[in-house]
Ligand binder design. Structure first.
Ligand code: ADE
Length: 420
């Protein structure tokens, strides 16, 4: 008997979803090579994976790779607004995965879906933002003995996991996929850089040239967004709390100032700090009329929306754009309800960059299964051989060749006796 119960928006979207998943696959050659090996070797046989990820065409290709490796997979969304309903329909109806996600679901449904995906009693968890780990450690502790390990995709999730580990409460080993060079240097920088502007442009169709774009946070995501906004002809202002990153922003050619100073002069504000209340009441009070505000960090806590709702009246302006009118008549436009704009209003990062992130996810799941017996509770970095393997495979698929050290050069680099 088929016991799979899915919760998706519309099963009839499945064929459109399949076409889109196949479109993404064209640009994911590294993941494809891993899927072919997994199909032959079945390294995940017997594993049950609860994946809580943005349900996109790229994620679908990762999930199919895990399935090819022999795993049973249940998927739920890692954000209420990031699901592509066609992809979800394809996963449920055509690819046979247990699928629980609907774009625009409310908070209760979001958490119910995570719980449903956990009902497969996972042996492995795969998170983007650590919500699954959070629920397992609070409401579903009975699952812990059956879990051998997990992986985490994003900076915000890794920060949460490290603080759980520091407090001694993390109950199983988790690999911080985000920390692989082949993840954050490309996904966070070039992926977020492009997809964030894509989301803003699809939602608003504003011209960025000549506008002041304020980027809050100069981590890899902030660097990518600033670089791309500058490329559009925007004047980029960076706000930071870290002095080193602020110097970096200044030397990259951006203006650096506090948010209090930027608030009255910015035209478009993008938060990517991982922190809360980066745009708050005191900033809203002095925003320029017509300012656009949005977030591309993991959680919707970066903009204090509750304060905005207290201060202004709201009406929808266009899809993913809400207009707020303050008592003095000024208007501001909040995009995507303050949720990650690149996934709310666009399609997230392009497949060719997710290829590397998800190759790491697949290989780290395999690594976790192979090494489970010897791993302690805690947060692990991606093994260097996996990171380098992903880089080499990607380079090959890009048709690029690099030099190799001669034996003499290798000796030179590992010795300390040769000098001037
Ligand atoms: N995070 C950012 N972009 C993504 C994508 N295209 N798929 C899954 N997760 C993402």
């Amino acid at each position: 008997m088929n016991t799979i119960t899915n919760d998706i928006k519309d099963p009839s979207l499945a064929s459109e979803g399949v076409r889109r998943v196949e479109w993404a696959a064209r640009d994911m050659p590294v993941l494809k090579a891993i899927a072919e090996r997994f199909e032959a070797e079945k390294p995940l046989a017997g594993q049950r994976i609860t994946a809580c990820l943005h349900v996109t065409t790229e994620t679908a290709n990762l999930l199919l790779t895990l399935k090819a490796g022999g795993a049973e997979v249940a998927i739920c969304a890692s954000n209420p607004l990031s699901t592509q309903d066609e992809t979800a329909a394809a996963l449920a109806e055509v690819y046979g995965l247990q699928t629980f996600c609907i774009k625009g679901e409310d908070n209760d449904t979001y958490y119910r879906h995570i719980n449903q995906a956990l009902d497969i009693k996972p042996t492995l968890t795969m998170d983007d933002g650590a919500d699954t780990v959070g629920i397992i450690h609070s409401e579903r502790r009975e699952l812990i003995p059956g879990i051998i390990g997990g992986t985490e995709e994003t900076t915000t999730g890794v920060i949460r996991l490290r603080s759980m580990s520091k407090d001694g409460v993390l109950a199983y080993p988790i690999v911080a996929v985000n920390d692989a060079d082949t993840k954050h240097l490309f996904d966070n920088r070039y992926g977020t850089g492009q997809s964030t502007l894509d989301g803003i442009l699809r939602a608003t169709n504003v011209l960025l040239a000549g506008r002041k774009v304020v980027v809050a946070g100069y981590g890899w995501c902030g660097k990518g967004i600033s670089m791309r906004a500058k490329g559009h002809g925007a004047q980029v202002i960076v706000t930071e709390i870290d002095p080193t990153k602020a110097i970096e922003a200044a030397m990259d050619g951006h203006e650096v100032m506090t948010m209090d100073k930027a608030a009255p002069i910015g035209d478009v504000f993008i938060t990517v700090t991982g922190c809360k209340d980066v745009l708050a009441e005191r900033h809203f009070a002095k925003l320029k009329d017509g300012a656009i505000i949005c977030n591309s960090g993991h959680f919707n806590a970066e903009i204090d929306i509750a304060a905005l709702e207290r201060m202004a009246t709201k009406r929808g302006a266009r899809p993913f754009v809400d207009e707020y009118v303050f008592a003095d008549g000024r208007k501001t436009y909040l995009l995507g309800e303050g949720r990650l704009i690149n996934l709310a209003a666009a399609e997230g990062h392009p497949a060719s960059v997710m290829d590397m992130s998800f190759a790491n996810q697949a290989l780290c799941s395999e690594w976790m299964v192979k090494n489970a017996a010897t791993l302690d509770k805690g947060v692990y970095t991606v093994p260097e051989e996996i990171d380098k393997q992903v880089a080499s495979l990607k380079l090959d698929t890009m048709g690029l060749e690099i030099d190799e050290l001669t034996p003499d050069q290798a000796r030179y680099l590992s010795s300390w006796t040769e000098g001037t």
